[in-house]
Design a binder for this molecule. Structure first.
Ligand SMILES: [Fe+2]
Ligand SMILES: [Fe+2]
Length: 329
């Protein structure tokens, strides 16, 4: 087996491991909360993830590889486990949060398959490239389905929370606090990304968005104070979902690979934020808080713009990884 064939097989192992992780996480989301429509959607995504890793495994085995039992970086980084331990959230709100997480996971997978498809095409592996594109369109479909149900889920959560005694203003304060905690954690992570790897253009993209992110949580903090709230020290749910710590332990990946991993993670994070602010804006509408809504929508535009910039870097990076391997051979 050539080094390039071997590399493509390693990528296949990564996607199999990630899909296994998503299958389990989505199955647990399907059982949680009280919004039946969300639960059955997420259960159907779990069943889809199962067929995806099965198709990938069949292809890998035909290529002489075998799935590894190691948990890959993407699977490690998108750690879903702490979610089930989540406390102090209404049952209905939990469903809305699972939608945000699933939206980010679908985005991560779209990025993962973009990278695989481009690497495989560059390597001349058309069978792998074709499966990668098929699975990518399935992820895009999950992503769209989640988006289409988001507002309805927020409305149900909002109604359930107010029915059980929370005031609309109180809810907005809690959600803004959560966004501040998430931005805080993302700023730290973006600064970390900006110092890793070997691609100055990508590193400065991360550094610029770290500065923008700092501005976001400052603006949100000012907003929260005006609403009569104060920042809390609790770790936000979204920050929990992205388990950034194990990256340091990452071994066996070169600098190129690392940049690709960071791009996938960043794309997932920006999409998590897009979904988070979409939900927050809808809650603001329900609470009649136009001022917070307009701040939130302004921040959401920055997240969308960053997601697009990150996306545009994924394919060139995947191609470069294979070309470098070829020139080293
Ligand atoms: Fe942000
Ligand atoms: Fe962001």
């Amino acid at each position: 087996m050539t080094a390039i064939e071997n590399r493509i097989n390693t990528y296949l192992e990564d996607t199999i491991s990630a899909e296994r992780n998503f299958e389990h996480a989505l199955a647990s989301f399907g059982e949680a909360g009280e919004q039946g429509k969300v639960q059955s959607m997420l259960s159907s995504f779990s069943a889809k993830a199962k067929t995806q890793h099965e198709r990938l495994t069949q292809l890998l085995e035909r290529r002489g590889g075998s799935p590894s039992t190691a948990k890959t970086i993407l699977a490690q980084t998108l750690a879903f486990t702490p979610l089930s331990a989540q406390i102090g959230q209404g049952s209905s709100e939990k469903n809305t949060q699972h939608l945000m997480v699933t939206f980010a996971a679908a985005a991560a997978e779209m990025a993962m398959y973009e990278s695989l498809a481009v690497a495989a095409m560059t390597a001349g592996d058309t069978e792998v490239a074709s499966l990668a594109r098929t699975l990518q369109s399935e992820e895009q479909d999950d992503y769209n389905q989640v988006w289409s149900i988001l507002h309805e889920s927020v409305r149900e959560s909002f109604e359930a929370a107010t029915a059980s005694g929370s005031s609309p203003a109180e809810l907005i304060r809690t959600y803004v606090q959560d966004a501040i905690a998430a931005e805080n954690s993302f700023e730290t992570q973006l600064n970390g990304f900006s110092k890793e790897g070997n691609d100055p253009a990508i590193q400065s993209l991360f550094a610029e968005h770290a500065v923008e992110t700092k501005g976001q949580y400052e603006a949100l903090t000012t907003c929260l104070e005006a609403l009569g709230g104060s920042t809390s020290t609790f770790k936000s749910l979204l920050a929990h979902v992205f388990n950034f710590a194990p990256k340091i332990a990452q071994v066996g990946y070169d600098a190129e690979e690392r940049m690709t991993q960071n791009l996938m993670m960043a794309f997932a994070v920006e999409n998590a934020e897009v979904a988070m602010y979409e939900c927050l804006a809808e809650s603001c509408r329900l609470a009649g808080d136009a001022e917070t809504e307009s701040l939130v929508l302004r921040i959401q535009q920055q997240e969308k713009a960053t997601a697009e910039k990150v996306w545009s870097r994924i394919a060139p990076k995947a191609e470069q990884s294979i070309l470098e391997l070829r020139s080293a051979a």
